[in-house]
Design a protein around this ligand. Structure first.
Ligand code: PEP
Ligand code: MG
Length: 902
């Protein structure tokens, strides 16, 4: 009926219809091809099938209604733009079918090139290529190979063996030395392989080829390696991939053709310049796969100046347009340049900082944007040590510094062996000629990756950079024998298990273990490098961006530190106080003896004596810390762990007693300890006699600690040192617990500070779910809150924090129950909700209540953003993570548009 027809869903977009901001729908590649098309750059015509079509196909196993017709319509447009028809025996249009998800997943999904070739059109292609038979048959054999492997799951090695056989018969090693007849023969061999595995002939109908290739790309979204990569990179599993159908242009038409990849700046160091690899007379996949060694892009200037100049001007234009480092894939077909892809390029952590700084200098972005473009994980990576090199260590080979860092480990040659040895706790270096997506597991397990082929853009390089793994690629002096599990370099043989050291910044490879030294970024934080006076682009960029983050952030950053040395280091890293000083370490070492006396005390007198002996030691600890922090707040947590943790294990005591008895020695003390351990045994110690419960049950224990804190503050004050102690009570679940402890503490503080007044706050941890849910009541008795998100996660989920991560989290991650351990990054919906409730209700009861977090989450980038959103006053984390938290706290402000949710 006229006018009643449902509006058909649009699944196919011409390149002229999209733009770079449509990555959700068109995938990264499609959106950027559209953007380049609209910029008037030379992009071969084509169209994009949306991620929605992919999702529909994956959920039903069938093309959604209307997709086939929309493809036909776009194909007709493409054919008329090119003046060629798909399958035309005289002048065939060939297309590539390429995946393109929202987030780049290098090499993880499928591509099929040269779709449209068959037994007849191969002849037409040759004629159109000026009688270049070799080219036509090479294109056809590539189609059968890629189509067979990708669409029909024919084992790829079979094609590779057939190619090797053809080269052997001919007595050549380079595939360029195979002529048209050899390739024609190879096509026959490939077709037999195809039919042997699929039970059918290679499809001759171009539209069938196209449809099957599109389905295969859709399906490759769920290939094992893609699933693994997404998990590793935390890419959501339900996005689907778009499919780009693009008119083929050929880089393998002769010496005036070629293909390459380029970066507008060095993706490893961030240095300005032209970086890339070029391979004459080849198709694009040859470069990425590292099949043949490429030449530096600069050499293109000699080979084809016109294309080179055009490429440079396009690269400049793209950088200006995207305001960022771009990476590019291009092909030159007989002297004509075509842009096949661009995107904002992946880069190393160092390059991210350096480039952000440069772009600010160039006026392309402002400092807020620079801050947005770097992250805490990158900063953490820059804080890793580097090799300490002197003349003693000579490299045995030099490849390309593809992903920086210093990695030392035992050589392994297969992904499986890497996984095996890593599981045994060994550090391994995965050595391959080149990697491919099947090596992903081994790459994850390895400390570093070393390849003998491929450039900065090879699979190994791209994936390693994405993972933040050290990688040296293209070390072509290495003669690698994978089956023999060895490589030879400079006359020396290195076998599986031998140790090598690889430097991902310089590309150098060393035999044996090279010692490492701290990073410049750490040296800068430690104050031994002055950014104003050193010629180090990275340190200058870090300094500039950190300064901006500090100016922006609302959250304060404190540290978890239990000793003067930790406190001093954390201050150099920018800590603005101590958010958690765990006092339990003060009960260890030679003080264990005193703790044993306390536990074994038979009466009040013995207990008081033991506590009295501990008091001056604790006081001295606090004096040291207060001095280091010099007036900054120091949150001291009263003792938290169950006391039996300070005693030897039951089994050991039982053996000691038995042995001593056997020898006729005096066992009275051992026996007393043993019976104490038996008496104190708990089935669930994390839920037992610990935290505030200890303070309520063991007379004088908390009192001693409170006295030590107050006396230390008084001692400091007398010496002119300011201190700002905050006493924190752990594991509170009910306000009455806190009130009881607080009443006693206040009495002691009043007494100690009578003559030398000092302010001492008394607050509580919020780490038991009940405390979070009754925060309004607890706030009445607490001068501050600090979330103990380790325990809050443990008790919120009912996960024993010491057991579950090793025991079964892998399965939870595999099932997608969570994407990351909730002990690592805050579970926003559950545990995070408790944090929100407690913050709101605590502040409703006591306006302006100071609230922080001191669980591990305080240094986790994602969680810092959450704590900013919730409106906490500070996060507290280990000294090393303080710079990360500062950076992320600044980023959180920039990313929420400077808003403050409080
Ligand atoms: C916590 O539970 O988050 C916390 C900081 O305390 P601890 O890790 O010492 O239990
Ligand atoms: Mg705790």
């Amino acid at each position: 009926m006229a006018g009643q027809q449902a509006v058909e869903h649009k699944y196919v977009y011409d390149f002229s219809e999209g733009n770079k901001d449509q990555k959700d729908l068109l995938g990264g590649k499609g959106a950027n091809l559209a953007e380049m098309t609209n910029l008037g750059l030379p992009v071969p015509p084509g169209f994009t099938i949306t991620t929605e079509a992919c999702k529909a196909y994956l959920s039903t196993g069938e093309e959604p209604a209307g997709l086939g017709d929309q493809i036909s319509a776009r194909l007709a447009t493409l054919e008329s733009a090119m003046g060629k028809r798909l399958g035309d025996p005289d002048d065939p249009l060939l297309v590539s079918v390429r995946s393109g998800a929202k987030f780049s997943m290098p090499g993880m999904m499928e591509t099929v090139l040269n779709v449209g070739l068959n037994d007849r059109s191969v002849v037409g292609l040759s004629a159109q290529a000026g009688g270049n038979d070799r080219f036509a048959w090479d294109s056809y054999r590539r189609l059968i190979q890629m189509f067979g492997k990708t669409v029909c799951e024919v084992p790829g090695e079979e094609f590779e063996h057939a190619l090797d056989d053809a080269k052997r018969v001919k007595g050549v090693t380079n595939d360029l030395d195979l002529d048209a007849d050899d390739l024609r023969g190879l096509v026959d061999a490939y077709k037999s392989i195809f039919s042997k595995h699929t039970g059918r002939e290679f499809p001759q109908e171009p539209r069938e080829q196209l449809d099957l290739a599109i389905h295969a790309v859709f399906e490759s979204w769920n290939a094992d390696r893609a699933v693994l990569y997404r998990r590793q990179e935390r890419i959501p599993a339900d996005l689907g991939t778009a499919v780009n159908v693009v008119a083929m242009v050929f880089g393998n038409l002769g010496p005036d053709s070629g293909t390459g990849v380029a970066f507008t700046r060095d993706p490893a160091s961030g240095a300005q310049g032209i970086y890339g690899d070029y391979l004459a007379n080849a198709q694009g996949e040859d470069v990425v796969a590292g099949i043949r060694n490429t030449v530096p892009l600069q050499e293109l200037e000699q080979l084809d100046k016109k294309s080179y100049d055009e490429l440079l001007s396009i690269m400049a234009r793209l950088e200006e347009h995207y305001k960022d480092l771009c990476d590019i894939e291009f092909t030159i077909e007989r002297g004509k340049l075509w842009m096949l892809q661009t995107r904002v390029g992946k880069r190393t952590a160092a390059a991210a900082f350096v480039i952000a700084g440069q772009l600010v200098d160039e006026g392309l972005i402002d400092l807020d944007e620079a801050l947005h473009r770097v992250n805490g994980a990158q900063l953490a990576q820059l804080m890793f040590p580097r090799f300490k090199l002197d003349h003693e260590f000579q490299p045995v080979a030099k490849g390309i510094g593809a992903s920086p860092g210093a990695a030392v480990g035992k050589v392994v040659f297969t992904s499986a062996r890497a996984v095996e040895l890593a599981a045994e706790g060994e550090s391994v270096i995965l050595v391959r000629r080149e990697t491919n997506p099947d090596d992903l597991n081994g790459m994850i397990a390895a400390q570093g990756i070393l390849t003998s082929r491929g450039g900065k853009t090879s699979h190994a390089a791209v994936v390693a950079r994405g993972m933040g793994k050290t990688c040296v690629s293209g070390a072509d002096d290495l003669d690698i024998d994978i089956p023999g599990r060895k490589f030879v370099v400079g006359g020396q043989t290195v076998s599986e298990g031998d140790v090598v050291s690889i430097d991902g910044t310089t590309g150098k490879v060393f035999l044996g273990e090279v010692p490492v030294m701290p990073s410049e970024v750490v040296q800068y934080f430690e104050g031994s490098l002055d950014p104003a006076h050193i010629d180090n682009a990275l340190v200058r960029a870090v300094h500039r961006i950190m300064t901006h983050a500090d100016g922006k952030r609302r959250l304060r950053v404190r540290t978890n530190a239990d000793t003067g040395a930790d406190a001093a280091r954390a201050r150099r890293f920018g800590a603005e106080g101590i958010g958690l000083c765990r006092t339990e370490h003060m009960f260890l070492g030679d003080r264990k003896e005193l703790v044993e006396r306390l536990i074994l005390a038979r009466d009040g007198k013995e207990r008081d004596d033991a506590l009295a002996a501990l008091l001056p030691l604790q006081r001295a600890d606090f004096v040291e810390i207060f001095r280091e922090m010099d007036g900054l707040p120091v949150t001291v947590r009263l003792i938290d762990p169950p006391l039996h943790e300070f005693l030897p294990p039951l089994e050991q005591l039982a053996v000691n007693v038995a042995v001593a008895q056997e020898r006729g020695e005096d066992v009275a003390k051992e026996e007393a300890l043993l019976s104490a351990v038996r008496r104190m045994h708990e089935q669930n110690p994390m839920l037992g006699l610990r935290g505030v419960r200890l303070g309520l049950v063991i007379p004088g224990l908390f009192a001693m600690q409170v006295r030590a804190i107050a006396e230390a503050a008084v001692e400091c004050a007398k010496q002119g040192v300011r201190s700002c102690p905050e006493i924190m009570v752990p594991l509170v679940g009910a306000v009455q617990e806190l009130e009881t402890v607080r009443a006693e503490a206040e009495k002691i503080i009043a007494e100690v500070t009578r003559e030398q007044p000092v302010d001492v706050l008394i607050g509580t941890m919020i780490e038991v779910p009940r405390a979070a849910l009754t925060a309004g009541q607890i706030a009445e008795a607490a001068q501050f809150f600090s979330f103990g998100t380790n325990d809050l996660t443990q008790m919120g989920w009912g996960f024993s924090r010491d057991d579950v991560e090793g025991a079964f989290f892998w399965r939870y991650l595999e099932l997608g129950i969570f994407g990351i351990s909730p002990f690592e990054s805050i579970d926003r919906e559950g545990v995070g909700r408790l944090v929100r409730i407690a913050t709101e209700e605590g502040r409703a009861a006591r306006p302006g209540l100071k609230i922080g977090v001191c669980g591990e989450h305080g240094g986790d980038p994602e969680s810092v953003h959450f704590f900013h959103e919730v409106g906490l006053d500070y996060v507290s984390c280990s000294p090393f993570r303080v710079p990360v938290a500062r950076l992320e706290a600044g980023r959180a402000v920039v990313e929420t548009g400077g808003s403050d949710s409080r």
